[in-house]
Structure formats: structure tokens, C-alpha cells
Design a protein around this ligand. Sequence first.
Ligand SMILES: [Zn+2]
Length: 364
Amino acid sequence: MTTGIIYDPIYLEHRIGQHVESHERLIAIMDLLKEKGILDDPNFKLIEPRSATLDQIRYVHSESLINEVKKISEIANSTGHIQNLDMDTSVSARTYEASLFSVGGNLEAVDRILKGDINNAFSIVRPPGHHSRKDKCSGFCIFNNIAITAEYLLREKKIKKLAIIDWDCHHGDGTQDIFYHGSPSEKSEVLFFSSHQDGRTLYPGSGFVNEVGSGKGEGKIINYPLPPKAADDTLMIFFEEIIKPICYDFKPEFILISAGFDTHWTDRLTNMGWTYQAPANFLYKLMTIADDIVKGRIAITLEGGYEIDKQAIAVYNCLRVLNNEKNRIIEEKPRKSDKDLLNYINTKLIPSMKTKLSTYWNCF
Ligand SMILES: [Zn+2]
């Protein structure tokens, strides 16, 4: 079993000052992996990313967005000052280049999986991507890494169907928007699951049950908006009640994961209640179906996570699970959702999702 880790110091060069989406996040992750011996373990392979091509970025983004990122990076370079694309999305002198490698790291990961060089992979990249739309960068994101990777698999690698699972605490609104009317590639299908803190209580304010896609994408956008303080148990319900039956019905050929770790109960930007072992336990469940339906082909990309030490542990835990070593994850005291919250999930949220989705899926 070989798990790929895609990383390069170029990702530290998106250097945006005191911003919470700091290069320190990746330094902490890599330090922990080194300390825990993962980087010396032959079951893990450290892989250098490549730069994505502009044609690949164009799979999901407009020419004007690409030019804007390039131009603003050049201004940051010539002035020596960090620039802003919007209120919370900053750009430094090497952001454009780092962003091309952030996408390219994910492309390299899926290539290696398809070649059989590795079984699965985690791309430890930044800037993140899931809030970026065709025409607009936002929410700390530049190019939509996971959406471009999905389109790459569909257009260049003959994959016909794939599933994206986004467990970042914020709704993956950019990814949803790109695939809302179906994949931009003709004849291909993309299924998008997003679990996140309810948009009434957190940026970006979207991701409700009634957002199910339209046209060719109808029924393939699946949102699981969680109330603040939802704990690990709510994620397992999502897996058992929604993800598992739909994936067996849909039969994707590849699973891509947008992994944010800002769901931790201490995260400064959010109000969720997950432990740092929750994502790994969720991933473990996903791997049980991945073996059946996608030959274990899972590629994970890093999104958010702003408590630096906690997100590092959560990434480490996911790597252990990818490598079939769940027994080696680091666990903190378990957390459970309160009774009323669980009652809401079981008697309101899940039934309303099933009612809505039963129009499109035979499993309900
Ligand atoms: Zn987030």
C-alpha cells in the first residue's frame, strides 16, 4: 500500500502576511509528518508537483480570472506589497505561480494513482480552491484545484463519472457553482457532496438542501448543512444515510476529496464541534466503499483549517487511514452532538434530504 504525499516549498511562497490562511499551516503539517516518521516510511511517497497548464486552468476558469491573478501577482511583485482580490483573498508576488502548482500537484496525484505508482494520495497544497468560481476568486481561494482536477480526469483521462466529497466547514460554493448545471465536459457526470456549517451561520451563506443542481447536474449536488456544534456523529449519519447509498447507485470511477480541517471544535473561524480524528474516521468509512466502487482511487486536496496544530494532526490522521493504519491515528477525547441536535438531524434534515433526492435516486 503506497500513499502519495504531494508537497513543495513553492506552496509557502503564497505569502500573505498575518492572514489566517498562512504558509505556517503547511510548515506545521510537514514538521509533524517528519516528527512522526511518515516522510521516512517506504509506504509513503513524497512527490513533487508540476505546474498545471493554462489550458487546464481554462477547463473551469475564464480568461479574465486567470489574467487578473497573473496581473495582481505582478503588481505585488513590483510594489513589494500584498494585494487583494477581494476583502479576504490576498495575493503575493508568487501567488500566480504557487496557484498553478497547487492545481498541478493534484493533477500529478491523480496521474500517479491511475498509473498504479501509488494507491491514493493527499496533496498538501495552497492556495486552497473550493470557493473559486469560473469568474471569481474568493474566500482565500485562487484556482479551484478540485474542480480542475475533476475536469482533467474527465477530459484527459477518460473517466466518465466521479464523486467529489467536500468536508470543509464552509460550503464548497465555487465547486458547486462550476458543476451546478453538470460537468462542463459533455457526456460526463460529477456528483458533489458538501457537508458544512449551515449557511445561515457561516460564510459563504449557501449550501442548502434545496440546492440540487439543474439541467444535466440536477440531483447531483447534495448539501448537508449542519447546525453549529454538530459533532463527529453527524458525519457518520451523512455517510450511512446519504453518501453510501447514492455512491453505490451512481458508481463513480474516482473519488476526490476537498479536505478542510476548520471543522475542529477550537477553530477560530467556525463553530463546528468535530474532533481532529473525525475527518480520518469519515475517510475510513469512505474507503470501505472506495475499495468496492473506485478500486480505492481516492485523491485528497487540502482546503481550510486555521488552528495550525489541530489541522496538522488531522492531516496526519488522514494519511494514516489512507495507508490502512487507522490504529495509529492520534485521538482526543470523543465529542458527541447534544440530543436536540441529533434529533433535528435524524427527524428533519436527513428526511428532508431524502425526500428531495428521491426524485433522482432510486435508493430512496
Ligand atoms: Zn473552510
